[in-house]
Every structure is written in C-alpha cells, then in structure tokens.
Design a protein around this ligand. Structure first.
Ligand code: GLU
Length: 551
C-alpha cells in the first residue's frame, strides 16, 4: 500500500487535478495586470475596513486592466446569515464598486473561474487534498476533538507552543497501512497538511504594504479538510487563488502571521504564490488610545451608517483614498474637479500601521465632494435621503424648481459653497430660504460689528429704498453696497479701513453682514447676491421689516 492507494481509499471518485487545471486556464492579461479579489464571509455586515479593501482592490485592478472578483468564503457555515451575499453585493454597489467576476446575488454569479462561492467548490478542494495525500504531503488524522484538547493541555503544562506539530502530531507517523485500517474500520478523520517546516528556521518575505518581514517557518500540521468535508480557510485560499489566477492577495493584516503557512502550502502543492498586500486596519482614537474600529462599539464601522447619515458614497470613497495614499490630498488639490478614477493608487505607498479614522476630516472631504455636485444631483440625493429619513425635508423639496435655485447658489463657481457635508445637514443649511421655516423660528439676529439698532435700521432702509434693484448685475449690486457704506460714513473699501482704522467704525463687509443677518438670520451663508436674486424685492422687504421689528 502506498500514498496513492491511501488517497484513492479516502477520495475514491474525485477528478484528477489536471481536470481543473485545464478547466481554469491561466488568464491571458497584459503584463502587470493585477488580478485580485474581495473574499468576505457572508455575514451580511460590511465593515468599513472591508469596503476599504474592496475599494483598493477594485481600483488597482482597474488601473492595471486586471480583474477584480468577489468570492464568498462560506466554509464556516455557522456564521452565515440569510441574504448575506446580496447584502454584500448591494453594499459594494452603493459605493459604485462592481466586481468583474463573482457572486452577483445569493445564487447567481458571473465569470469563468467559478463557482465563486466556496461551499460549492467542495469537489475541487477534495481533488487537491487528494493530490496532497498522493504526494505524501497530507494525511488523515484520527484524533478526536477531545484528544486534540488533551494535547493542548499537556503543552500548556509543559509550557511549550500549542498546536499539532512535530512530536505532538500523533497521526503523522502512522503507517499508510495503519491509516487505511482505521479508515476501513470506520474511524472518523480529518485531513491534515504534513508540514515540512521547522520553527527554529526563519523565512524572509516581502509584503507589498508591510515591506520585508521575517517569520519562523510554519511547522503546524494544520487541518486542510474539516470533518464536514469542507476546507479550512487556509487550504481554500491556496486552491482558489491558484485556480482563479489571483496575482495579489489584498486582505486585512490580521492574516499577516499566516503568511509562512500559506507560502509553505503554495510551495508544497507546487503552485506559484501570489503577492501579498496586507492592509492595516482603520483605527480610531478612543480618548488617546489608538484601537481598531469595532463593529460593536462604533456605529461608523458599518457601511450602512454612511447612507443613514446621508454622507454620499463618493465622499466616503474619496476619504478612504485619502487614508490609502497620503499623496491623494495633493493630487486632489491639483485636480480639483477630476474623477477619483484618475488618481493612480500605489499599493506600496499604503500606511504600514493603521490609519486613523477621522470623522471631522471625512465631513470636510464630503463638503468638497458635494460642492462639486450639480444642483440636480444635490437635489436628487437629498430628496432620496429625505424620503427615507426626514419627512419635513422631503416636504420642503416638493417644489423642485425652487429647490434647484436654492441648491444652485454658487454651484459651478470657482469657489463653490461648501456648507453641506451630508444630506442630514441640508434642512438646516437651506431652511432660511423657505419663508415658512424662516418665520416659524424664533430668529435671533446676532449682529456683529455694527450692532446699534438705529444704525442697522438706517442701513436696511437706505438699502432697500435707494440702492436695491432686482435687475442689477453682481458688480453693480456690490458697487451699490460700497456706495451705501460710503454714504453712511463707513469705509467703502476694506483696504481703506485697514489703512485708517481710527477713521472708520466699520467697513463695507460689516455693512454686508448687517444685510445678510437681516435677510437670513445668519452671518454665514453662500453668496448673498444670488440669495437676493432668488428672493426678489418683495420677500427682501418683508425680511427687513421683520428684522427691524425685532430690533
Ligand atoms: N474570508 C477571509 C476574511 O474575511 C478572507 C481573507 C482573504 O482575503 O484572503 O477575512
């Protein structure tokens, strides 16, 4: 009896690996094309860290005219939830991330390298496990979970490394005959890898993100096929990424320590190993302590959070690129209106330690992203959000024509308005443009430099009676505010004011502020000329009257 007989006894009717090697030919892509994947378990929950990985993977595949696929890793069936795959596909789609190949729903997929769901690949893994047994590189292990536990306890007591390795690996030294006998007698078993490694030897490895790393060799005889007939993650990773032609494994750095095992598996089975790209987790500053974003503690860890808050997917993506490459920020400064697809993401420039997630910065990025949206898009997106989360806002947006004017203020300008960071800000940022909301509130007019009631009254009256004209263009409109300032004894130029600070009480900017506050109840708004244009003289007069009555 030899290994081949043993393999036949364990897997009598699986196909030879040549069948699969032929069925999934090497991909014919241009030099340098990156084939990579996102390989989540179907637990339904997409973590921001997962989105980050998928975004990076999608981006580098696109950049190199490679392939990005979605593989569902469901060999741990305890963790599965209903519609888990659809949730993942949809979450990615919400962020504009679509795979070239892989699962597209609970049961459907696209691409020639499938099945893309591991539980449907059972036969494939068995063929490769059989191949390993034939080569004497894997063996059946008959130890029960209790026995394995026993071994662990002994190791603890002896203060040695835990695991199934070396002298502790009871079954690795059984003869082929002994193994066959046990199988024939109906003993239960799993399949283990027969590791050729030694813990006292080191391996050197170059990780695309982490750089050069050194590890002790793997010497663990890890399980490759479990009692339920499905593979472990490690074995499925080797087989799948080989057959699917993965060139770069982009995954979370919690797997970095598995690299010695994975390289050894690739080597022993005789496949070329892919490059490894271990991405650092997204961290959070928790009262001065840096820790990973946690699914349990941090609502922002779930990608669904962003849709609920009304933070556009584009902003989240752009923020994640900021985290991914520190060169992004500079690129954005120089290419303010360019699509992020044009940014060339470099895997080897990703941060080695975890980047800090900064909500303030995200919202800041989001303001810029929204500032580049058209009024129509801002309208559509905020309405979509409001229809789900804010009835009052949805109601305000009913008059589309008016809303488009409001959202259109400053849009398309060189320096567009940046007052909206998320759709949940919209109501507050535009409410003053709606009379029923404006007068409904107990407006607190907080005047600034010019705060004397008589002086304010004078500015408002003079302006509306003698200066304001609906037909003025912007330059004329502004010149008139300057004239008004001069007439009332304020500096009509800021420069002039700065040159003679003792001569003037205030300048044209302060006069504008009075007008702005009377008009909107706020000292900070987008372009006042455009606001006045939309309101028209009747509404402006009403607002000024209201402001005067409140003095
Ligand atoms: N299923 C593994 C995970 O979710 C995939 C790791 C990998 O990308 O290889 O962590």
């Amino acid at each position: 009896m030899d290994y081949k007989d043993l393999a036949d006894l364990i897997f009598p009717d699986v196909k030879p690996i040549e069948y699969y090697e032929e069925k999934y030919p090497r991909r014919n892509l241009k030099e340098g094309a990156i084939v990579t994947r996102f390989a989540p378990s179907p637990t339904g929950f997409v973590h921001i860290g997962g989105l980050y990985q998928a975004l990076v993977a999608r981006k580098v595949a696109t950049q190199t005219e490679g392939v990005f696929f979605l593989r569902i890793e469901d060999t741990d069936q305890k963790r599965e939830i209903e519609n888990g795959i659809t949730d993942i596909v949809n979450s990615l789609k919400d962020f504009g991330i679509e795979a070239d190949e892989g699962m597209i729903s609970e049961t459907e997929e696209k691409g020639n390298y499938g099945p893309y769901k591991q539980s449907l690949r059972g036969e494939i893994y068995k063929s490769y496990a059989k191949h390993m047994i034939e080569m004497g590189k894997a063996y059946p292990c008959f130890c029960t979970p209790e026995e394995v536990d026993e071994i662990r306890k002994k190791q603890e007591a002896a203060k040695v490394r835990p695991g199934y390795y070396g002298v502790w690996a009871k079954c690795r030294n059984l003869t082929v005959e002994e193994m066959a006998e046990k199988i024939k007698a109906g003993e239960k078993y799993i399949i283990r890898f027969k590791s050729p490694g030694r813990e006292d030897r080191k391996i050197k490895h170059h990780d695309v993100v982490k750089g050069n790393v050194t590890f002790p060799e793997n010497d663990q005889d890890i399980v490759i096929i479990k009692a339920d007939g499905l593979p472990t993650y490690h074995f499925a990773h080797i087989v799948d990424d080989h057959l699917m032609g993965t060139t770069h494994v982009i995954r979370s750095d919690e797997w970095l320590s598995s690299v010695p095992l994975h390289l050894q598996l690739f080597h022993e089975i005789g496949f070329k190993a892919p490059k490894y790209v271990h991405i650092s987790p997204i961290m959070k500053n928790d009262n001065g302590n840096k820790r990973k974003l946690s699914k349990r503690k941090d609502p922002e860890a779930a990608v669904s959070y962003y849709a609920e808050q009304g933070i556009p997917a584009e902003a989240v993506k752009e923020y994640l690129l900021n985290i991914a490459n520190s060169t992004f920020e500079n690129w954005r400064r120089q290419n303010q209106t360019e699509d992020i697809e044009k940014f060339d993401l470099q895997l080897n420039k990703m941060s080695v330690s975890g980047a800090l997630f900064d909500m303030v910065k995200l919202l800041d990025v989001s303001k810029s992203v929204i500032s580049r949206f058209s009024a129509e898009k801002v309208y559509n997106e905020s309405l979509k959000w409001a229809s789900k989360y804010d009835e009052e806002l949805a109601d305000m947006l009913k008059d589309k024509e008016y809303a488009l004017k409001v959202f259109g203020i400053e849009r398309g300008n060189k320096k567009p308005r940046k007052d909206i960071a998320k759709w949940s800000d919209v109501k507050n940022e535009i409410s003053y443009m709606y009379d029923d909301k404006f007068y409904n509130k107990n407006i607190k007019y907080e005047y600034q430099k010019i705060s004397n009631s008589d002086k304010i009254k004078l500015i408002l009256d003079e302006y509306i009676n003698n200066y304001f004209d609906e037909n003025d263009d912007k330059q004329t409109w502004f010149d008139k505010i300057k004239d008004l300032s001069g007439k009332l004894g304020y500096a009509s130029e800021v420069k002039e004011f700065k040159a003679n600070p003792d001569k003037y009480e205030a300048h044209v900017g302060d006069v504008s502020t009075v007008l702005r506050i009377a008009l909107t109840g706020r000292s900070n708004t987008p372009d006042m000329y455009e606001i006045m244009e939309i309101m028209g003289s009747k509404r402006i007069k009403e607002r000024f009257e209201n402001a005067k009555n409140a003095l």
